[in-house]
Design a protein around this ligand. Structure first.
Ligand SMILES: Cc1cc2nc3c(=O)[nH]c(=O)nc-3n(C[C@H](O)[C@H](O)[C@H](O)COP(=O)(O)OP(=O)(O)OC[C@H]3O[C@@H](n4cnc5c(N)ncnc54)[C@H](O)[C@@H]3O)c2cc1C
Length: 450
């Protein structure tokens, strides 16, 4: 074998797997990343946004969600106590590499009172403890992690894995895009959301079982920060769940960015919307997503295709991301540049096209989003205001979930699958934690053989 372990993907999941292996004395590890090295990536280039050293984490907002209920499904594999310990371990590594000491959202009388008020508005508050690295600091933290691994793990960037190889039900290595085969005893697949469709294809050809996760589709809401100030001061990111009156659909707030910016991103060649916030630099607005979950059974069972279809429709009509004032949406007219110029919320995403989201969203989604905004307005008056901006489409394409053990091993012996690309996690800390779990399990087996 050329290596003991090959890791595919240098996002948080792959990096933390590599760190754990190095920490536990495993010396023959190769980390393969299709994108560029960290210092060669540029925020301005679409191809660098999600790929390269640091993965999607490099330009993320760097919110480390310490609560086990949020950011993935690891709680379905490990008991709560062990998960708490592992999340703390991953969090400690981030702190040791420069993440700030402060944690937002600790339980307090204000938070309890806020949760009670939320329930009166038919909103369930999911208390979340968050450490916020901030967009401008993520790269520095990832660079320190890169230095920690230097000389301990071999890293090849610009190196795309074409296939995962197995023989007699056991991992055997990988085949690269240039046709070269590299063999190893263990393979860890950590391809992230950008590699989800590749992962799905590989899983199919290896005969691995997968199940689809629901797709989350919705809008990014932007409004003056003062409207949500009470909420964001208490909990930084308020995760609120609502069941819409008309359809009973689950709708939630997601990725709240106090004083942040709305950004466009690209998934599978389609422009979608997202948001982030800096640790120090502040805009005058707060943004957050309102996402509606949709699951399908049969004959259609491809939530990713459904989400992309809706996002593509927005691109078709707007040439990219569409922005609309809430008052225009409710009045059944499109937003125009002239109408946006009269909007009291100054859009932070300048290149969004003023348009009409009612041409994009199915009735079911639109009604659910509006009912969620009405419920939020009871908690924070002004959310359902005329000058609230809605950007579309925000879509969260959660990868098909692979069948893995509590050690993150797939049905192929010694082939592990971790992070967002395996459909097991949805955020930085759980993705990193899944890397620790796989790294430890592999190190234990390798040590056991010595
Ligand atoms: C704008 C933005 C903001 C975000 N903010 C937050 C936040 O505040 N908090 C939070 O918890 N989460 C946030 N996230 C999500 C977070 O970034 C991801 O959950 C996390 O990065 C997942 O880690 P991962 O290692 O599983 O995958 P990724 O980070 O996606 O990394 C996977 C890597 O694998 C590589 N790869 C894929 N296929 C191959 C292949 N075939 N060969 C070689 N390499 C391959 C990719 O190039 C990529 O670099 C944000 C995401 C975005 C896009």
């Amino acid at each position: 074998m050329d290596y003991e372990v090959i890791i595919v993907g240098a996002g948080p999941a792959g990096i933390f797997a590599a760190l754990s292996l190095a920490e536990l004395g495993i010396e023959s590890v190769l980390l393969l990343e299709q994108g560029k090295d960290l210092n060669q990536r540029s925020r301005k280039k679409a191809e660098d946004m999600l790929c390269g050293w640091g993965g999607a984490g490099a330009y993320s907002d760097g919110k480390l969600t310490l609560s086990p209920e949020v950011g993935g499904f690891l709680g379905e594999f490990i008991d709560q106590e062990s998960l708490h310990r592992l999340l703390s371990k991953a969090d400690g590594i981030y702190v040791a590499h420069g993440a700030p000491g402060h944690v937002y959202g600790e339980m307090s009388p204000e938070l309890e009172a806020f949760a009670r008020r939320a329930s009166v508005a038919e909103l369930e508050l999911i208390p979340t403890r968050i450490r916020h690295i901030g967009t401008e600091n993520c790269q520095a933290v990832l660079d320190r992690l890169r230095h920690s691994l230097a000389g301990r793990v071999e890293v090849r960037t610009g190196c795309r894995v074409q296939n995962l190889l197995s023989e007699n039900g056991k991992a055997r290595g990988v085949r690269l895009a240039d046709g070269q085969t590299i063999t190893s005893q263990f393979v860890v697949a950590a391809p992230g959301r950008s590699g989800a469709s590749w992962m799905k294809k590989e899983a199919e050809s290896l005969g691995l079982k997968t199940k689809s996760n629901p797709v989350d589709i919705g809008v990014r809401v932007e409004l003056p920060a003062v409207v949500l100030r009470e909420m964001t001061d208490i909990s930084f990111e308020a995760k609120l769940i609502h069941y819409s009156k008309t359809f009973g659909d689950r709708v939630r707030t997601f990725c709240m960015n106090p004083y942040g910016e709305v950004v466009a991103e690209e998934s599978a060649g389609i422009a979608t919307v997202n948001g982030h916030s800096y640790a120090k630099e502040r805009s005058e607005n707060t943004n957050f997503a309102v996402l509606v979950s949709s699951a399908f059974t049969e004959p259609f069972d491809d939530p990713i295709a459904y989400g992309l279809y809706i996002a593509r429709l927005a691109n078709l009509l707007g040439g990219g991301v569409i922005v609309q004032r809430l008052c225009d949406l409710l009045a059944g007219r499109r937003s125009t540049k002239a109408r946006l110029d009269r909007c009291l919320t100054r859009p932070t995403l300048a290149k969004a096209t003023p348009g009409d989201l009612s041409f994009v969203f199915p009735y079911r989604h639109l009604v659910t989003i509006i009912e969620m905004l009405q419920a939020l307005d009871k908690l924070a008056p002004g959310v359902y205001g005329r000058h609230t901006l809605l950007y579309g489409v925000e879509v969260k394409l959660y990868s098909n979930r692979l069948d893995v053990t509590a050690e993150m091993q797939t049905e192929v012996t010694n082939l592990f699958a971790i992070g967002d690309g395996a459909g097991i996690t949805r955020g930085l800390l759980q993705a990193s934690t899944s890397g620790i779990i796989a790294g430890r399990a592999i190190a234990e087996r390798l040590k056991g053989r010595e």
